[in-house]
Design a protein around this ligand. Structure first.
Ligand SMILES: NC(=O)c1ccc[n+]([C@@H]2O[C@H](COP(=O)([O-])OP(=O)(O)OC[C@H]3O[C@@H](n4cnc5c(N)ncnc54)[C@H](OP(=O)(O)O)[C@@H]3O)[C@@H](O)[C@H]2O)c1
Length: 280
């Protein structure tokens, strides 16, 4: 598996599987099958309420814990819970994660970030990250972090390439992990004629061309899927390379337009919401 080197020298696979909106049963299945077919990066979150299922999928795959790069996220209502990290590890059935994010710039997010730094120092998180911290949030955090994050996880795809954010990331060697990499099931992105044309040239599906674009942009990509054929396809993207000219043509699709628009009112709701964690 191709990897990228993080700003703390840890290696992370360039492709993984995301588990947002997967029920526990689907998450367990997708994670087990993905690991069996060669995936080594898994992304979940407190808020997905499937961490126990992800842990079960990892065990059932037979792949050794140390071979998997496991990423999860603390939800804002956990930022002031001093046991949030240990409880997250317990749900996942592991004694460390490879990457621990704070999920949203909501509530007492600085307390959340301090928990990440503590977990990093204690070896409970081998790298740390911020999710959805674009603009003023990363600008404020930048003045307060004691340990710079290794990752930021944000919406990114050919319609929205995070041009502005990327300048800040370069300063610190922070890697971008793309969410909604395929447009979250929206067909207009996948159906762009350019991806069909390039797919034909390389013997790939439009989705595979989009995912390869992410990796060539230097992004780590975690497409979500509960379809085993898609899961297989999404891993099978590293045996071709888009030319500079093709990357330039894809760059022209950038509309600087997100699919998901978060409001300040939602941030307040996020801070108040408590995930109904799985009990078994
Ligand atoms: N930090 C955050 O706030 C945040 C927000 C959103 C997402 N995320 C993370 O990012 C991951 C990816 O985002 P996402 O899952 O929402 O969106 P996505 O990966 O852009 O799209 C997932 C959708 O695409 C379909 N799909 C997957 N592979 C396909 C393929 N090869 N061909 C055609 N369709 C395909 C899936 O359907 P099938 O199941 O039928 O394959 C699903 O409907 C999440 O799972 C989560 O881990 C993080």
């Amino acid at each position: 598996m191709e990897t990228v080197k993080l700003n703390n020298n840890l290696e992370c696979p360039v492709v993984g599987i995301g588990t947002f909106m997967l029920s526990p049963a689907d998450a367990e299945n997708s994670v087990r099958e993905a690991l069996k077919m060669g995936y080594r990066l898994i992304d979940t979150a407190n808020a997905y309420v499937n961490e126990r299922a992800v842990g079960r999928g990892m065990k059932a795959s037979g792949v050794k814990r140390e071979e998997v790069f496991l990423s999860t996220k603390l939800w804002p209502s956990e930022y002031e819970n001093p046991n949030a990290v240990d409880e997250t590890l317990e749900r996942l059935g592991v004694d460390y994660v490879d990457l621990l994010y704070i999920h949203q710039p909501a509530g007492n997010w600085l307390a959340g970030y301090r928990q990440l730094e503590k977990a990093y120092r204690e070896g409970k998180a081998r790298s740390i990250g911020i999710s959805n911290f674009e603009g003023k949030y990363i600008a404020e955090l930048e003045t307060k972090w004691e340990i710079a994050p290794q990752f930021i996880q944000v919406e990114a795809h050919p319609y929205f390439t995070q041009k502005e954010l990327r300048a800040t990331l370069e300063k610190y060697g922070i890697r971008l992990m793309s969410w909604y990499p395929l447009g979250h099931g929206d067909k207009s992105l996948i159906n762009e004629p350019l991806f069909a044309e390039l797919g034909k040239k390389y013997g790939k599906t439009p989705a595979q061309v989009i995912l390869r674009w992410h990796t060539q942009m230097g992004f780590v990509v975690i497409p979500g899927s509960k379809n085993v054929d898609h899961i297989r396809d999404n891993l099978n993207i590293l045996d071709f390379t888009l030319t500079d000219e093709e990357m330039a043509r894809i760059a022209k699709l950038d509309k600087n337009e997100r699919y998901y628009h978060r409001t300040d009112a939602q941030l307040v709701q996020f801070a108040a919401w408590k995930p109904g964690f799985e009990t078994k």
